[in-house]
Write a protein that binds this ligand. Structure first.
Ligand code: OOG
Ligand code: NI
Length: 461
C-alpha cells in the first residue's frame, strides 16, 4: 500500500480548530448565533471599507479571519499541563507568555498555546489560553488535600493519543489517518460532561473556596469554556447582540475604539447555568447546576512594543482610577487621547511593531535615489512600506475582567502576590516564549529582507 502523505502541524491544527468549533457549536447553541453575527458584521465591514479589505489582504489576515478563534481551558495538575503541552506541540502550538492572575483575585496562572512564525500564523492562528489552577491558594488544608487527591485520580488524555504524541516526538510525521485520529482523540479532552465526578457536598465546599476550583476539580476533564471568534468591529457586534437574544457584559475590555486599533478588545456574554448530575455522599442522585461556559468575541489590533505596552498599562490604570462619576468608556477615550492614533506616529515613536516590505517603486528606483535615505526617508519616498503586526496574544487585565464577569457576585478575592512563574514553567516542562521577542524578531527579519531588496543592507542594524 502506498504511504499516506503527512498533513503536517498546520493542517492538523486547522482541522482541530474546526472540529472544536463544531463541537462547541453543538454544545452551546448561543456560540453558533454569535458566529453567525460575527460573520455578518465582518462581511458588512469589508464591503463598506475597501481600504481595510486591501490592508487585510496584504497582511494575509483576510484569508485567516473567518477561521480565526481562540479557546480557553483550565487544568488541575502539573502533569496535565505537561501532557497538554505535548499534545499542542503536535499541532505546532507553543506556550507563549506567562500570565499571573492571582493578583486579580483569580487562583490560576496561565500561558497561551499558539502557532509562532508568519507561515504558521497565516495557515491557522488558533490559540488556547491555558490556565493551571493554584490549589495552594485554598486556605483550608483539608479541602486542599482532598482537591489534590481527586485530581490525582483523573486522566485527561487517552493512551492512544499519547502514543500518537510519542510518535511525533520521535520524529515520525503522522500520516493523514493518524492525523484524523489525533484530532478525534484530542477533541475528547475538551468535551463537556454533564455528570460531576464528585458528590454534591465536595462540589459545594470547593465552590465556596472559589468557583473556578470547583470547575476544575469536579469534572472528568478540562471542558473548553469558551471559543472566541475575531471580529472587525466589536462595537457593532456588541450593539447587535441583544437583537439576536444574547446579553453582553456591559463594557468592552481593553483599549477604547481607535482609528488604528491596538492590542485586543474583548467582550463576552455571561456563563450559562447548566444542569449537572451529582450524587449524594451515600450515592443517591442529586440534581445540581454549574456555570462555566460562556461566549466571547474579540477585535485584534497592532502588537505594541515594551514602550507601547507601558504607555497602554499606564493609561488604562489612569482611566480606571479616574473614572469618577463618569461612564468608564468615556474616561477611557479621554485618557487615551495621549496614545498616538496614526500608524506613522506609532512607528516613529517606537510604540508598535511593524512588518516592512520593499515597494515596487522602491525596487524600480535608481540606486542614486535610494542612497542617502534612512529608513524614515525610504518610507517617506514610498520605497519602503510597513504594516502593523497583529497582536497574537492576550491581556492579563482583560483576561481577569473576563474571568471576573463569570464569577458572579461576591467581588474579587485578593490573593497574595507571589512569583509562581518558575513553578509554572517546571510544571510545563519548558520555559514559555516571550511574546515581545517574537514580535521583535518578526519585525527585524522583515526589515532586513526589505533593505536587502533595496540594496540598502548597510542600514540594517
Ligand atoms: C480564560 C479567560 C481569559 C481571554 O480571552 O483573555 C481569556 C478562562 O476563563 O479560562 O480567555
Ligand atoms: Ni478568551
Amino acid at each position: 500500500m502506498a504511504p499516506v502523505p503527512s498533513p503536517g502541524p498546520d493542517a492538523i491544527r486547522l482541522a482541530f480548530s474546526r472540529a472544536m468549533s463544531a463541537m462547541y457549536r453543538s454544545e452551546v447553541p448561543q456560540y453558533g448565533t454569535l458566529l453567525d453575527l460575527v460573520r455578518d458584521v465582518n462581511a458588512a465591514v469589508l464591503d463598506a471599507d475597501p481600504a481595510l479589505r486591501a490592508h487585510l489582504a496584504r497582511t494575509g489576515e483576510l484569508e485567516r479571519i473567518g477561521d480565526e478563534r481562540h479557546g480557553a481551558i483550565r487544568l488541575g495538575t502539573a502533569a496535565e499541563l505537561s501532557d497538554i503541552r505535548r499534545v499542542f506541540a503536535v499541532m505546532g502550538m507553543e506556550p507563549v507568555g506567562y500570565y499571573d492572575l492571582a493578583a486579580a483575585g483569580v487562583p490560576v496562572h496561565s500561558t497561551a498555546f499558539r502557532p509562532v512564525g508568519d507561515t504558521a500564523l497565516a495557515a491557522c492562528p488558533f490559540r488556547v489560553f491555558t490556565s493551571l489552577i493554584r490549589l495552594e491558594l485554598i486556605e483550608d488544608p483539608e479541602l486542599r488535600a482532598r482537591a489534590a487527591a481527586i485530581l490525582a485520580r483523573r486522566q485527561i488524555v487517552s493512551p492512544r493519543l499519547m502514543a500518537l504524541v510519542a510518535r511525533h516526538e520521535a520524529g515520525d510525521a503522522l500520516d493523514s489517518h493518524e492525523g484524523a485520529e489525533f484530532v478525534a482523540e484530542a477533541l475528547e479532552i475538551f468535551r463537556w460532561h454533564s455528570a460531576a465526578t464528585v458528590d454534591f457536598d465536595i462540589y459545594r465546599q470547593l465552590h465556596a473556596a472559589h468557583r473556578l476550583i470547583a470547575d476544575v476539580v469536579c469534572f472528568r476533564g478540562p471542558h473548553i469554556n469558551h471559543l472566541t471568534p475575531r471580529t472587525l468591529d466589536i462595537d457593532r457586534v456588541q450593539a447587535l447582540m441583544p437583537a439576536r437574544g444574547i446579553t453582553p457584559k456591559e463594557t468592552i475590555e481593553g483599549p477604547p475604539p481607535r482609528r488604528c486599533p491596538i492590542l485586543l478588545r474583548q467582550t463576552s456574554f455571561k456563563a450559562l447555568e447548566e444542569a449537572i448530575a451529582f450524587t449524594s455522599p451515600d450515592g443517591a442522585p442529586v440534581a445540581g447546576h454549574h456555570t462555566a461556559r460562556f461566549g466571547e468575541i474579540e477585535q485584534r489590533g497592532a502588537a505594541l512594543t515594551e514602550a507601547g505596552r507601558m504607555l497602554y498599562d499606564r493609561l488604562l490604570a489612569h482611566a480606571r482610577a479616574n473614572a469618577g462619576g463618569r461612564p468608564y468608556d468615556q474616561a477611557l477615550r479621554d485618557v487615551f487621547t495621549a496614545f498616538p492614533d496614526t500608524w506613522d506616529g506609532l512607528r516613529r515613536q517606537g510604540l508598535a511593531f511593524f512588518r516592512y516590505a520593499a515597494t515596487p517603486a522602491g525596487r524600480a528606483a535608481d540606486a542614486a535615489d535610494r542612497d542617502g535615505l534612512d529608513v524614515d526617508g525610504l518610507i517617506d519616498a514610498g520605497f519602503l512600506a510597513c504594516d502593523p503586526l497583529v497582536y497574537e496574544d492576550f491581556l492579563p487585565v482583560s483576561a481577569a475582567g473576563i474571568f471576573q464577569s463569570n464569577l458572579g457576585g461576591g467581588g474579587p478575592q485578593a490573593y497574595r502576590p507571589s512569583d509562581a512563574r518558575a513553578a509554572f514553567e517546571a510544571a510545563l516542562g519548558r520555559p514559555v516564549l516571550n511574546e515581545l521577542d517574537l514580535y521583535a524578531t518578526q519585525q527585524a527579519a522583515s526589515l532586513r529582507q526589505a533593505l536587502a531588496d533595496l540594496d540598502r543592507s548597510d542600514l540594517a542594524a
